[in-house]
Design a protein around this ligand. Structure first.
Ligand code: GDP
Length: 295
């Protein structure tokens, strides 16, 4: 995960190693490399620039200039700022409803169906919840089957309605079914398209309006870098979602989406997907991610 970025940042900090103290010149050299590393990681230009400016301000503060180990302090400043950039604290999800409705949104192939299963399993095994999965992709029978396969594997019920092509109605009926049968979480998997289009946005907005979810989550493939950030913006403009799910982090060597998405949409990353298996789900901790990036 993020190997390229970690290597490049490590090289950037090497500039300071062997120096007894840090000066404006070697701070500038280091930060030039840090900025280059961020840009190579597919972080947006303005975010990378603002980031290095903040680090520079802090690094040139007295504390750093007088410290005996300037390299270590520089790494600490970068780590703290990366943590802030990625959201600071870990963000929980709202499970206050009975049932709590969780609406999944995102493009086709982003990992929505897989993540719906992972989340249901996480809530069942770690939070002692009784989740119901709901298949609302009325266009692709394969997607409905996929959710049933996932549900069977996990021993979690999947609600679907064969022959009904109205996803709003299916979602509403699923919530009624959940209430009548003691499910306390309803996870609604919706249809995505290959790119943002008006029809998909209208449909998800209608489901959102009808179900008034406690959590609206946007699922995105981290390997798509700045495209992930742009898609997040489009969905957030329409849905004002509550959090981001970054999938396929196991295959992401760059890290641009993880680093920039929070500051672009001002919504926290809540979970990450780190593999195809149902247990490859982690709560997102900005500080732990910063640690991983900096090694
Ligand atoms: P959807 O169209 O948004 O519902 O996407 P799917 O859930 O069908 O996922 C698309 C593909 O990505 C599938 O082959 C999944 O196995 C794979 N996938 C989903 N999440 C992850 C992940 O975190 N890591 C990896 N490596 N693959 C994933």
């Amino acid at each position: 995960m993020f190997d390229n970025l970690s290597d490049k940042l490590d090289k950037a900090f090497h500039i300071l190693k062997g120096h007894g103290k840090i000066t404006e010149v070697n701070v500038a050299d280091t930060l030039k490399e840090v900025r280059r590393a961020l840009l190579d990681a597919d972080v947006n230009f303005k975010i990378a620039k603002d980031f290095t400016n903040i680090v520079k301000e802090k690094a040139l503060g007295q504390e750093v200039l007088t410290t005996l180990q300037p390299g270590q302090l520089m790494i600490k400043i970068v780590k703290d700022e990366l943590t802030q950039l990625m959201g600071g604290e870990a963000a929980g999800i709202n499970l206050s409803g009975n049932p709590s409705v969780i609406l999944m949104s995102g493009l086709q192939g982003s990992g929505k169906t897989t993540f719906s299963g992972k989340l249901a399993n996480f809530l069942k095994t770690k939070k002692n919840k009784k989740p119901l999965l709901v298949a609302c992709d009325v266009y692709r029978p394969a997607a409905i089957n996929q959710l049933h396969v996932v549900g069977d594997q996990l021993g979690i019920e999947v609600y679907s309605e064969e022959g009904n092509n109205n996803p709003v109605q299916i979602a509403e009926n699923a919530i009624k079914h959940a209430k009548a049968n003691g499910f306390n979480v309803v996870i609604v998997d919706t249809a995505g398209r290959l790119a943002v289009d008006e029809e998909m946005m209208t449909e998800i907005a209608n489901i959102h309006k009808a179900t008034t979810p406690h959590e609206t989550l946007f699922v995105v493939d981290s390997m798509t870098g700045q495209d992930a950030v742009n898609t997040a913006k489009a969905f957030n403009d329409r849905l004002n979602f509550d959090g981001v799910i970054l999938t396929k982090l196991d295959g992401d060597t760059r890290g641009g989406a993880a680093i920039s998405i929070k500051s672009v949409v001002n919504k926290p990353i809540k979970f990450i997907g780190t593999g195809e298996k149902m247990d490859a789900i982690d709560v997102f901790y900005p500080d732990r991610m910063a640690d991983r990036i900096l090694g």
